[in-house]
Design a protein around this ligand. Structure first.
Ligand code: F6R
Length: 605
């Protein structure tokens, strides 16, 4: 949420700052700004709207200077506007900030020497830093003194015209990475902004402050004690963060699922030996055998992935109890976890503030935590006791798609690992292993077979105002995920329901402003779901049924999805839903990669 970039080196900073802001735009896109400093002279450009608006300004009036910081914003305090855009200025200080300063009102009341012009908490932090920044105090010391008083979360970069040789950056609860190269130092809140510039990076830890110079960095803690930074290699490549000819990142990320899922499964699914092999759990077979309860936490799509996985885990491991919780809820509850629990912490970005806070609450209770994470090196990935990286590659479009498929598959592999540790090796487990192995190919086949048909179905439903998704058993979480995908990119109000629940309330909604997406599997619940369809039809519904069954279905539109899979067919039907939502959003003329009001990676509560 929000993107931070910075550069100090031997070139004009503006070029890097603008490229990097474009790459980080998916993290917030309501306003953007940069400041560059040239021999003590600052130039500021800020604009409401997307980075392209800022770029128009910088093209018209290029800013010189080998030092600069920049920001793309997702508003928390104050409307999107040029005045509220970052960098915020106070005295000699320019500040870009992700996160929230919770005690900004109290601080503002005390900072009487500064005339506040924005509505932001960031300007308050800038003024606080400036209040300490005098002839005797270095920029880094002024930042540290301010951060000792500020309460809240932050990733920040600070520049001053009085100090053309340093940028100071710091983090607490909001990611920040420093990229190192010969004669140049970069700052970014996301590794994708460093790709192609350097692969050598230091991931700041909470409570660390870094002084960035052309020739390197120094890291301190908040008590000004030096800290030895650990330099790591970033593995992402330029291709993985580019659209590669697709109209949108979302389409690319849906279509590339066969490959990204293969990366999730490679080396882990061994069909020949009927085995799942997971490294990284950091648990012995004895410990795995001892697990009696699994708690899964996540937000949004990651939460729905957890819900779907819970159905699978209880089928795979006899006797295992499972609960799935929304991280933003669980973190504030007086929750108790049974003995011998393991918590699965699911997050694409590995930075979601509520999920991270929930992880810390769980750890306080002495419970073992495992991450189901996509972003390598992210905060959650660092704080869990072990886990499974899903290796789906960078997900740039705000709506999560490929991560869902990989997260569910990773959790199924975890379930099979638990079963293996218990010595369970029955035909059901072999079937799961076989279907996992076939899943990428089946998704590929479905995309190839139906990608021309789905846009015309989407056209049929594009102008409805409301949608109801329903399914039973494993298709219930898939319905929830389908509704979430549709609402966030098409802005059609969409609800997901368990099919059996329709008659307990939501069926009252059905009228001509609604269409319904019915999900059906060719299994023991098929006829029961058909009854739900009949009830909706009887009330004038407009049903689009998605099924792997070949049987006749009474619905306005039916897509019979030809797949060889059974237990994992829900993941294939979900890909159909993803394409359906995508094409509706395109037909409605929406910005599908950067839907209104949203941002990728929600690093504020
Ligand atoms: C939905 C979506 C969000 C995320 C949620 C959790 O398409 O993208 O609901 O799934 O914000 O994000 P992560 O997985 O990064 O923790």
């Amino acid at each position: 949420m929000c993107g931070i970039v910075g550069y100090i080196g031997d070139k004009d900073a503006q070029g890097y700052l603008m490229t990097a802001l474009h790459r980080l735009e998916y993290r917030g896109y309501d306003s953007a700004g940069i400041v560059t400093i040239d021999d003590g002279t600052p130039t500021v450009h800020r604009a409401k709207g997307k980075v392209a608006e800022l770029e128009a300004l910088t093209n018209e009036n290029p800013a010189k200077g080998p030092l600069g910081i920049g920001h793309t914003r997702w508003a928390t305090h104050g409307v999107p506007s040029e005045t509220n855009a970052h960098p915020q200025k106070a005295g000699d200080i320019y500040l870009v900030h992700n996160g929230i300063i919770e005690n900004y009102r109290d601080l503002k009341a005390e900072l009487k020497d500064h005339t506040f012009v924005s509505e932001t908490d960031t300007e308050v932090l800038a003024a606080l830093i400036d209040s300490f920044y005098d002839e005797e105090t270095s920029l880094a010391d002024a930042v540290i003194q301010a951060l000792q008083i500020a309460v809240g979360t932050y990733g920040i970069a600070v520049a001053s015209a009085r100090n053309p040789d340093e940028i100071v950056a710091a983090r607490l609860g909001s990611p920040l990475i420093v990229g190192l190269s010969e004669g140049e130092t970069y700052i970014a809140s996301d590794a994708s902004a460093l790709v192609g510039y350097t692969d050598q990076a230091v991931y700041l830890k909470d409570g660390e402050v870094v002084v960035c110079r052309r020739d390197g960095i120094e890291v301190f803690d908040l008590a000004s004690r030096p800290v030895s930074p650990r330099v790591e290699t970033i593995e992402a490549d330029l291709q993985s963060i580019q659209k590669q000819g697709y109209d949108h990142f979302l389409l690319k990320e849906i279509i590339e699922q066969p490959q990204t899922l293969r990366s999730t499964l490679n080396g882990r699914v061994d069909v020949a030996d009927n085995l799942i092999k997971l490294g990284g759990l950091n648990m012995t077979d004895d410990e795995l055998r001892g697990i009696e309860h699994v708690t899964i936490i996540g937000c949004g799509t990651a939460y729905y992935a957890g819900q779907l996985a819970s159905y699978y885990l209880e089928q795979i491991v006899d006797g295992l109890t499972i609960d799935v919780a929304i991280a933003s809820e669980l973190r504030y509850r007086s929750f108790h976890l049974p003995k011998n629990t393991v918590a699965l912490v699911v997050s694409q970005s590995g930075e979601t503030a509520d999920t991270l806070a929930c992880l810390r609450e769980i750890k306080k209770r002495g419970v073992k935590t495992l991450g189901i994470i996509n972003a390598v090196g992210s905060t959650i990935a660092r704080e869990v006791d072990g886990g499974i990286y899903v290796h789906a590659g960078p997900e740039i479009s705000v709506a999560s798609t490929k991560a869902f498929t990989s997260q569910v598959s990773a959790m199924i592999m975890f379930g099979i690992t638990l079963a293996q540790a218990r010595g369970i090796n029955n035909e059901d487990i072999s079937n799961y292993i076989r279907e996992l192995d076939q899943l990428p190919g089946e998704i590929e086949r479905v995309i190839t077979n139906y990608q021309n048909e789905i846009p015309s179905i989407a056209k049929k439903y594009e102008s409805y105002d409301h949608a109801l998704f329903f399914g039973r058993d494993t298709l219930y979480p898939v319905a929830l995920e389908g509704a979430l995908k549709l609402k966030e990119i098409s802005y059609i109000q969409a609800e997901g329901y368990a099919a059996g629940e329709l008659k307990h309330g939501p069926i009252a909604l059905i009228d001509d402003s609604f269409f319904e997406v019915a999900l059906l599997l060719d299994n023991w619940l098929f006829d029961k779901t058909l009854s739900s369809l009949s009830e909706v039809n009887a009330r004038g519904g407009h049903i689009f049924a998605i099924t792997n069954s070949k049987q006749n279905i009474d619905a306005e539109t039916v897509l019979h999805v030809d797949t060889n899979l059974h237990v994992l067919a829900p993941l294939v039907l979900n890909v159909v839903q993803q394409l359906f939502a995508y094409h509706i959003a395109v037909a409605r003329g929406n910005d599908v990669d950067q839907p209104r009001n949203l941002a990728k990676s929600v690093t504020v509560e």
